[in-house]
Ligand binder design. Structure first.
Ligand SMILES: O=C1O[C@H](COP(=O)(O)O)[C@@H](O)[C@H](O)[C@H]1O
Length: 246
């Protein structure tokens, strides 16, 4: 398994390079396996890469991409905080995806109602139904943003969600970052991904980046617990890389 750290002068360059490599990875996965599976993330860079991909939408056969989410905020379907809605606005409305291959997490006003545990269990069932082993797919790519305290998806430091080793998807009711109610994939499922890419910009994230590179305990720094089975790439701007040795 390779670990690569790429540092860019500016966030725009980070995002455009990640988008180019996204096209290459998806194209290679489709060549090798027919269909590519990607896990999207929210946050600033997670949405910026989708907007970049929308600008170059002809490079990928989107009808052969399975799309999942690493986490979402458990809010009504039309709430602007929803990662799914942001992805639709940035990319999915602009490209010819197969609706049957797009797998959003349930909103709080959907058919499952406001039952967050039922919504998490429903997403676990979606992952299981689309897997070879009844647990979850081996995603070709899992994109990750990261918070300054090292959270990825909705896995925050010193929480049961981050410590989860059995369930593939869990509910979070007290996220320290608003909104408080979220649904998230757990680390064992993130770590089924062939490729895990961190998209991280800003000096406020530098301490977490350094902790992950130093092999910190994922309980303290959840970002330290995410790895691809084939590759892990850190796409960083100068600020996020500012405390890395060398
Ligand atoms: O709350 C969340 O935050 C992270 C990181 O967001 P950023 O704006 O600091 O880049 C994001 O990846 C995650 O999906 C989201 O729900």
């Amino acid at each position: 398994m390779s670990v690569e750290t790429l540092v860019f002068d500016a966030k725009d360059e980070l995002v455009s390079t990640a988008a180019r490599r996204f096209v290459d990875l998806v194209t290679a996965a489709q060549r090798d396996r027919g269909v590519a599976s990607v896990v999207l993330t929210g946050g600033s860079n997670g949405i910026a890469i989708l907007a970049e991909l929308a600008a170059d939408s002809g490079s990928i056969d989107w009808s052969r991409v399975d799309i999942y989410w690493g986490d979402d905020r458990f809010v009504p379907a039309d709430d602007s905080e929803r990662n799914y809605g942001q992805a639709v606005g940035a990319l999915l409305n602009s490209v010819p995806v197969d609706p049957d291959r797009v797998h959003p997490m349930a909103p709080s006003d959907g058919p499952l109602g406001d039952d967050i545990d039922a919504a998490a269990a429903d997403y676990a069932a979606v992952l299981a139904a689309n897997s070879a082993d009844g647990v979850a797919p081996n995603f070709d790519l899992h994109l990750l943003g990261m918070g300054g305290e090292g959270h990825i998806n909705s896995l925050f430091p010193h929480t049961a969600a981050t410590a989860e080793t059995v369930k593939s998807v869990v509910a979070v009711e007290d996220s320290p970052k608003p909104p408080p109610r979220r649904i998230t994939l757990t680390l064992p499922v993130v770590n089924r991904s062939r490729a895990v890419w961190f998209l991280v910009a800003g000096a406020d994230k530098a301490e977490a980046v350094a902790a992950a590179h130093a092999g910190a305990d994922p309980a303290d720094w959840p970002c330290a617990g995410a790895h691809g089975t084939e590759e892990t790439i850190w796409f960083l701007d100068d600020g996020a890389a500012s405390t890395l040795p060398g």
